[in-house]
Ligand binder design. Structure first.
Ligand SMILES: NC(=O)c1ccc[n+]([C@@H]2O[C@H](COP(=O)([O-])OP(=O)(O)OC[C@H]3O[C@@H](n4cnc5c(N)ncnc54)[C@H](OP(=O)(O)O)[C@@H]3O)[C@@H](O)[C@H]2O)c1
Length: 273
């Protein structure tokens, strides 16, 4: 990130605050960051950034504008910015779930550089996973800027096909909830078999963390790691056979397809505005 680039966040909620925290940690100066929130200034007490209540005033001279507002209000906000679009336009980064590039371009203006991003909630603890898709007016320098911002809160990957964003939404966007659900179920099963609640909770969470850490740090794929801890005739094999016989893979196939379809229909709905 250049040490004179100005980044404006439109919307100062959860996602903006995690990105701002990450950027400040990576050495971006607070004077380079502006945040707007029309109703209040919730971030003013947490970060020494410049707070605005007027979106248009905050984008003057900005190099990057991060649209961090709810998808429902994004069309109106984008149209109001388009009326006062600076020339040349800044790079826009939209983190709004389910808003397609074609619609963002229609609202903001045809030749405006836009990167669409699908982050996820672990960004709040700097362990997010974000997929990025760049519109045709985004240059290589701007791609790098967008990547640097999202990398401050976790992993980043570029997509070449925007349709994959709906799969990303189903996999990593909604994914934290699937893991929370599995952890909830493991904890419950441990309690049902006689463990104290706090033990079941701690053992579940540490096992989830340890397995993810091992998988991330290993050179081997997860199937190999799994087979290595599944000895013939052992306890793990009993449990894994039980899960597979119950159709776990087929359930995940159906679950992700359902989430992908919902992402497509929400994008259709938002795009009508
Ligand atoms: N949270 C996630 O895990 C996650 C994951 C992936 C994508 N996203 C996307 O990230 C975006 C932001 O999500 P969030 O969870 O950070 O939402 P949030 O906490 O509700 O933050 C949105 C902020 O924007 C403010 N705001 C409302 N209208 C505004 C306007 N016209 N101009 C400027 N600011 C305005 C809101 O203020 P008021 O509350 O006063 O209205 C609120 O502080 C959403 O589009 C969401 O789809 C979030």
């Amino acid at each position: 990130m250049n040490n004179d680039s100005i980044i404006t966040f439109i919307g100062g909620g959860n996602m903006a605050s995690s990105l701002i925290g990450g950027l400040l940690d990576t050495g971006v100066a607070s004077k380079q960051i502006r945040v707007t929130d029309i109703h209040s200034q919730p971030l003013a007490s947490r970060f020494p950034v410049q707070c605005y209540t007027d979106n248009l005033a905050a984008i003057i001279d900005a190099d990057i504008v991060v649209l961090a507002i709810k998808p429902q209000i994004l069309p109106d906000v984008a149209k109001s910015i388009a009326v006062a679009m600076p020339s040349p336009p800044p790079l826009f980064i939209s983190i709004a779930a389910g808003i397609r590039l074609v619609d963002l371009s229609r609202w903001l203006g045809d030749s405006v550089p836009i990167v669409r991003v699908m982050p996820n909630t672990p960004a709040l603890v700097r362990s997010g996973a974000s997929a990025l898709f760049a519109g045709q007016y985004v240059n290589s320098k701007q791609r790098e800027l967008a990547e640097n911002i999202l990398r401050a809160v976790g992993l980043t990957l570029w997509l070449e096909d925007e349709a994959q964003m709906d799969v990303v939404t189903a996999l990593s966007g909604s994914g934290p909830a699937y893991f929370f659900l599995i952890m909830e179920m493991l904890e419950r099963a441990g309690i049902n078999l006689g463990l104290p609640q706090e033990y079941a909770r701690l053992l579940t969470l540490q096992t989830a963390f340890g397995a993810a850490k091992m998988a991330l740090e290993s050179q081997e794929d997860v199937a190999t790691l799994r087979s290595r801890v599944t000895s013939k005739g052992g306890t793990t094999e009993q449990a894994v056979n039980c899960l597979q016989a119950g159709g776990l893979q087929s359930l995940f196939d159906q679950a992700l397809a359902a989430a992908q379809q919902r992402a497509i229909s929400l994008a259709d709905q938002f795009g009508e505005q």
